[in-house]
Write a protein that binds this ligand. Structure first.
Ligand code: NDP
Length: 433
């Protein structure tokens, strides 16, 4: 905190994790001696670069690009790229730090990284987005590679952006499919990657509920966001008998008591790139409200599934969950609950599935995509989906087992942090300084 006083998001992510892993050091004093913690909170490499690009009026614009290669103890760096005006070094570092432990939990051999830019894709033409992506990749290409660092998507980076980024990488370095994941199916992408984070969130939630004597079927869910994660979480939740009553964007939220019509959301967000407000004009009985869905005081629901962004739920909002009927919070977004909200869940005995476990399905399938690219094969949707399901079951079990073993049964946050940390610490210790 003293070294980087302006990095509040990174400090929040690091301190939240550190608080939960102290029992590990009693069992493993060698990690203290090797200063594993001190080394873990310092990125192995943090790159910042200028991204000049030309807008449709011919003006030269300039944005900041970032790639933080946090930790490579268990494999090549892996983590998404975010395009959003809020992106800065603190946000990229918090995301990269979380990614280390999330990637470890998947059991796949991938290290932690994250990147992005403060470029705002909203309202830009396809040609502007393409020119930005080409400029961004021109610099980023110097630091990544299929065995070194393999970026993917995140907020503001979907199939369109990955296509432009890959095209530019190919032009500069030749075709190397393994350099990005989340690619289109025609050039090396994996089936089920688009769905993976949202589907994985629901597979994880299913395990969380089952372990506590509950089931998904018949529950009512509030989902925030209307992007990649929210859409596919809603789709899988509804397929498994959950009624999803909301989706949202940064302006407002829609409530549909008949259950959100995912096809309509896809049309608005993926095809028209429009605002979620339009949903209420198209679906009879649906209502649109300005503001955060977590400020709604009149909704009754069992499951809170935040799928938009960091710190979207604070302590005051979380304090209303018990009265609303919430039994579980499972995080599709990264760090959507602030520390006060997390403390409130514990006090209210609300089940809590933290992001690094609950949303690990996306990066897990990204790692499977890397494997398919190396083998020069494409696996079927069913095969990848069933691997995803198994990985999410494993992540829940590993978290629950670690919580039991380290004396905090039922604390799935501590369990995920400990299970993720142990593998990375072991690899760092084995490899020396
Ligand atoms: P998208 O860009 O597809 O969608 C983001 C959604 O969240 C949009 O509805 C957006 O609304 C909303 N949102 C973004 N920023 C804010 C904000 N500041 N306040 C309120 N709403 C906001 O991103 P994804 O769905 O891919 O990502 C969502 C979350 O999931 C992020 O936290 C991401 O890190 C995490 N995640 C994503 C993975 C993936 O595979 N894509 C993997 C693991 C985690 P608007 O259009 O108004 O901006």
């Amino acid at each position: 905190k003293q070294r980087d006083p302006n990095q509040s998001e990174f400090f929040e992510a690091a301190s939240t994790l550190l608080k939960t892993i102290t029992p590990v050091f009693e069992k493993h004093p060698e990690y203290v001696k090797a200063n594993i913690l001190g080394r873990l909170v310092e990125p192995e490499r943090a790159i910042q670069f200028a991204v000049p690009w030309q807008d449709d009026q011919g003006n030269i614009q300039i944005n900041r690009g970032f790639r933080v290669q946090f930790n490579s103890a268990i494999g090549p760096y892996k983590g998404g790229l975010r395009l959003h005006p809020s992106v800065n070094l603190s946000i990229v570092k918090f995301l990269g730090f979380e990614q280390i432990f999330k990637n470890s939990l998947t059991t796949l051999p991938i290290g932690g990284a994250k990147g992005g830019s403060d470029f705002n894709p909203k309202g830009k033409s396809d040609a502007e987005v393409m020119r930005f992506c080409q400029s961004f990749m021109t610099e980023l290409s110097k630091y990544i590679g299929p065995d070194l660092d393999v970026p993917a998507g995140d907020i503001g980076v979907g199939a369109r952006e990955i296509g432009y980024l890959y095209g530019q990488y190919k032009r500069l370095k030749g075709a190397q499919r393994g350099v990005l994941t989340g690619k289109g199916l025609s050039y090396g992408g994996s089936l089920a990657r688009t769905e993976a984070t949202g589907y994985g969130l629901i597979y994880y939630t299913d395990e969380l509920l089952k372990a506590n004597g509950e089931t998904l079927a018949g529950k009512r869910a509030v989902i925030s966001g209307a992007g990649n994660v929210a859409i596919h979480a809603a789709e899988k939740a509804e397929a498994l008998g959950v009624k999803v009553i909301t989706v949202s964007d940064s302006n407002g939220y829609v409530v549909d008591e008949n259950g959100i019509d995912v096809a309509v959301v896809k049309q608005i967000k993926e095809v028209e790139r429009g605002r979620i407000k339009v949903y209420a004009d198209r679906v009879a009985g649906a209502q649109y409200h300005e503001g955060s869905v977590w400020d709604a005081t009149d909704l009754k629901f069992d499951l809170a599934l935040p799928c938009a962004t960091q710190n979207e739920i604070d302590g005051d909002q979380a304090a209303r969950f018990k009265a609303a009927g919430v039994i579980a919070v499972a995080e599709g977004a990264n760090m959507p609950s602030d520390p006060d909200a997390i403390a409130t869940y514990a006090d209210a005995r609300i089940l809590y599935g933290p992001a690094k476990a609950a949303n690990a399905g996306g990066v897990a399938v990204s790692a499977l995509e890397m494997g398919q690219n190396s083998r020069r094969e494409s696996d079927s949707f069913e095969k990848v989906d069933s691997q995803l399901h198994e990985i999410m079951q494993h992540i829940f079990k590993a978290s629950a087992d670690a919580a039991d073993e380290y004396g905090v049964p039922g604390n799935y946050e501590a369990g995920a942090n400990i299970a993720g940390f142990l593998k990375v610490a072991d690899a760092m210790y084995a490899q020396g300084m």
